[in-house]
Design a protein around this ligand. Structure first.
Ligand SMILES: [Mn+2]
Length: 373
């Protein structure tokens, strides 16, 4: 397991690379270019500049999150081929800079969605909160305004203004796209890009939809074990893999996250792990929490144990945290609670690893005794 930390770059993050370097066990940064419009080719010089910054701070840059997919690709519009060709070129450029994994998502219109970006908890911290009942009847434009106001002046990933002003038109375009069509459009995209990934050795890792159900009547497919399996089979290559996000999938209590880790990890298709907790409040309603098992509804020990059992050697990062200690930053992406999350995940990992070593030793010793007698 390689511990990483998401960073939004010099212009878009309050957190400095030197601070990330000081979090125990972190070896790499998960980065992206935020000034390249969705659909354009990522220029090699810009990628190399980012890589230099990260490496000068003593960290590695091997994972990109995200290279966003242009809406025309998800819609299956006639113009998609141009954007797919650009995506292929971005993959080649990222490979030249030593990138190993690209995280992306295939969510129509919206990236992740929440009804509140700063819900206060009893301990005085604030967290991201989702309540389907509050969202489902809302005008999507109204939600966009709310999110913009609650984002502390940041543009949230996936909520780029140029994309959101097209919102109305986009909704109209999705009228004819159901889940089956979205699967077909994803297949078309993967068939074009995976051969390039195989050629340049870059692994694609699709992020689950967050939350993992349909919102505003838009189709969503990266939601459950069955669909993940179907996605992996659309193009059956090790380069077509997953970002297994415990929080996104875990928001639906029907998703058994440790079981998914074991199943898809055993076949080598998890390339990137997002680990965090959520607390269920009711039907399609949850808020985020610290990473600690007892603070939420997911068992982080079981999750880390599953990664250990499959011999996970890929990239892992803590995910959204609470906003604590007066920090002002991107909702979900403060320094302090994610650093606490890392310390906790490292502790779980060390304990699981040593106990596994002891059990193996014990088993060998017992075997020895058995043979001698
Ligand atoms: Mn995630």
């Amino acid at each position: 397991m390689k511990m990483t930390f998401r960073w939004f770059g010099e212009q878009h993050d309050t957190i400095r690379l030197e601070h990330i370097r000081q979090i125990p066990g972190v070896t790499g940064v998960v980065g992206a270019l935020y000034d390249v419009p969705v659909g354009d080719v990522w220029p090699l010089e810009k990628i190399l500049h980012l890589k230099r910054l990260v490496e000068d701070a003593g960290l590695q840059l091997e994972v990109i999150e995200s290279v966003n997919v242009h809406e025309d690709i998800k819609l299956g519009a006639p113009t998609r081929d141009r954007y797919i060709e650009n995506y292929r070129q971005s993959i080649r450029n990222l490979a030249k800079a030593g990138i190993k994994v690209i995280c992306y998502n295939f969510m129509p219109v919206f990236d992740w969605l929440r009804s509140d970006l700063a819900k206060p908890l009893g301990d005085g911290s604030t967290v991201l909160y989702y309540d389907h009942a509050a969202i489902k009847d809302l005008d999507p434009m109204r939600l966009v305004e709310d999110v913009e106001q609650g984002a502390n002046g940041f543009t949230l990933p996936g909520w780029e203004p140029e994309r959101l002003k097209e919102l109305k038109t986009l909704f109209e375009k999705y009228q004819g796209v159901d889940e089956e069509q979205l699967f077909a459009n994803l297949k078309y995209f993967l068939e074009q890009i995976i051969p390039v990934c195989e050629e340049v050795d870059v692994k694609m890792a699709i992020h689950p939809d967050d939350p993992p159900w349909s919102v505003f009547g838009l189709p969503r497919i990266v939601t459950c074990e069955r669909n993940l399996e179907r996605i992996l089979k659309l193009v059956d290559s090790p380069y077509n893999g997953l970002t297994l996000c415990s929080g996104a999938l875990g928001a639906n209590p029907e998703n058994d996250v440790p079981a998914m880790i074991r199943r898809f990890g055993a076949i080598g298709r998890i390339h990137f792990a997002h680990v965090r907790n959520v607390r269920f409040i009711g039907e399609k309603s949850f808020h985020e929490t610290s990473h600690l098992s007892s603070d939420g509804s997911l068992d982080l020990f079981e999750i880390m144990k599953a990664y250990h059992d499959i011999g996970f050697e890929g990239y892992l990062r803590p995910d959204h945290g609470r906003m604590i200690w007066g920090e002002r930053g991107r909702p979900g992406y403060g320094l302090y609670d994610r650093a606490l999350g890392i310390a906790y995940l490292n502790g779980l990992w060390e304990a699981i690893d040593k106990l596994a070593g002891w059990s193996a030793e014990l088993a060998r010793a017992e075997e020895g005794t058995f043979h001698r007698t």
